[in-house]
Design a protein around this ligand. Sequence first.
Ligand code: AP5
Length: 212
Amino acid sequence: MLPHLIVLGAPGSGKGTQALKLVDTLGYKHVSTGDLLRAEIKKGSELGQKVSSIIAKGDLVSDEIVLELLKNNCEVTKYSYIFDGFPRNTVQAAMLEDHLLKGTKKLAVYFKLDLDLLLQRIVNRRSCPSCGEIYNLQSKKPAKDDTCDKCGAQGLVHRKDDNEDVVKNRLEVFRENNEPLLAFYKNAGVLAELDASLAEKDVFESLKSLLK
Ligand code: AP5
């Protein structure tokens, strides 16, 4: 079984993009707490209503809510997972270890890049409402406007929290939590990093070599 993979990095550093590639090529399961939370908002569930304004501001949802959602959406003894967007802080890192990953093989990979590069990446992001494929209006346009290359769905989505003001707050939240989180995984002896400023295909090569 492949090690569980914990992808760490700022909003827009390319975690989701690379996770989808690993799902297609190595058979990982991908669990993104951001996607799970957005699905709850779309459904209009009680949980979705509770978290909607928090996400709209770019703040973090409570650790317990996200852990519960995560536990209900993965079977770590059966499959190898990519954890994307969880943990966001050391409390969540300890929760992940205690409640899900204790005794399993795992690798945490930090997607390192200059935060100044991120604003443009994020405000230009669009994603497929059907298969989740991720595009960028500057660097990775779909062949046909507003249409997913992969599944043909129309109406690519611009996330509500992908606007300049909210992105600035998301980056600030990231800055506050990142160093202690990296220290957590360094102390556990499972931290690796890659240069996330490279082209998508080169980041993917780095990631695959870390998994060898
Ligand atoms: P979440 O959905 O997790 O968003 P995020 O962490 O802010 O990460 P992103 O999805 O923005 O970035 P990414 O690294 O996946 O980048 P991507 O590959 O798409 O969280 C959203 C919100 O939910 C949070 O703010 C919070 O409120 C809440 N939340 C979620 N998890 C939580 C938790 N655990 N606890 C509490 N609250 C939680 O790429 C971005 C763009 O760049 C794309 O357009 C892509 O095409 C482009 N791109 C990717 N790679 C490259 C490359 N190599 N070169 C050039 N462009 C590239």
